[in-house]
Design a protein around this ligand. Structure first.
Ligand code: SAM
Length: 274
């Protein structure tokens, strides 16, 4: 009989979020496959868990998954954990699970923390439908293409982002999606847990004022239907403001915050009106 693969969620900050069932499972299995064995050791020590560990880092999941599958097929029960949260969610695990499914291994989830669920549950944006994007691609053109694909959805958009890139990402999202409501969920379950709420540009300003520390999830309200002005409304607003003597560059930036059109699009239309 093959062993079973337990996919175990671990805390995203507060170690007391490790569930009793997760502790029991981590104690009972033959081996724990970890994204980073050194990182997981701290958690295992806190709960007095002495189970051996093997490494399954993201960059080598393809090569190492086979060895773990062999152990499973030889009858060993294996637990899979990552540094934080639920394995296979923007983390290693997807390939191992796919291979285990194909090999007929029984897979048992031990659910628990996931940063995006915590952010959604307390963020204050609609949760009935959401679209999880994980991390945006680093290449701006690829990131824009991904956002363009989902820009018409009314579902709340959910993104993971590094604190270093947060402000740039909020600004880009404002340019691509218009003046939507958003939430920055920072340091969830930790001492400095915080929810920033406002429009994308307001949040970019707020977080641009200083260094952003810790981990963040970004939620963006889906398309509401009222967020983007019609071209006629845009033309009328531009015509009136230009007639009042406003400068097109500043006007385009200002109007972008309210109209759902990007500053570049507004500038182009404004040039045509001049
Ligand atoms: N598997 C994890 C999960 O279930 O959420 C996600 C791992 S992914 C590599 C790490 C990203 O998750 C971070 O960059 C951040 O966007 C988000 N994240 C993880 N922990 C967080 C926390 N405590 N507060 C806010 N965001 C967090």
């Amino acid at each position: 009989m093959p062993g079973r693969l337990f996919v175990v969620a671990t805390p995203i900050g507060n170690l007391n979020d490790l569930s009793p069932r997760a502790i029991e499972t981590l104690r009972a299995v033959s081996v724990i496959a970890c994204e980073d064995t050194r990182h997981t050791r701290g958690l295992l020590e806190k709960f007095g868990i002495a189970t051996p560990t093997v490494s399954l880092p993201a960059f080598a999941e393809g090569q190492r998954a086979g060895a773990i599958l062999e152990r499973l097929l030889a009858g060993a029960d294996v637990a899979l954990v990552t540094d934080a949260g639920t394995p296979a969610i923007s983390d290693p695990g997807e390939k191992l699970v796919l291979e285990a499914v194909a090999a007929g291994v029984t897979i048992i989830p031990i659910p628990g923390p996931a940063a995006f669920v915590a952010a959604l549950s307390a963020g204050g944006l609609p949760t009935g439908r959401f679209h999880f994007l994980g991390f945006l691609p680093r290449q701006v053109s690829e990131a824009k293409a991904m956002i363009d694909e989902v820009s018409q959805l009314s579902a709340t958009l959910v993104l993971y982002e590094s604190p270093r890139r947060l402000v740039d990402t909020l600004e880009s999202l404002a340019e691509w999606l218009g003046p939507r409501r958003a939430v920055v969920a920072r340091e969830l379950t930790k001492l400095h847990e915080e929810f920033g709420r406002g429009t994308l540009l307001e949040l970019a300003e707020q977080y641009g004022a200083g260094e952003v520390l810790g981990e963040v999830v970004v939620l963006v309200e889906g398309r509401t239907g009222e967020t983007r002005w019609s071209e006629d409304e845009v033309r009328r607003a531009l015509t009136a403001a230009l007639a009042a003597g406003e400068r097109l560059k500043g006007l385009s930036t200002d109007l972008a915050k309210r109209s759902g059109w990007s500053a570049q699009e507004l500038y182009r239309i404004g040039l045509g009106l001049k």
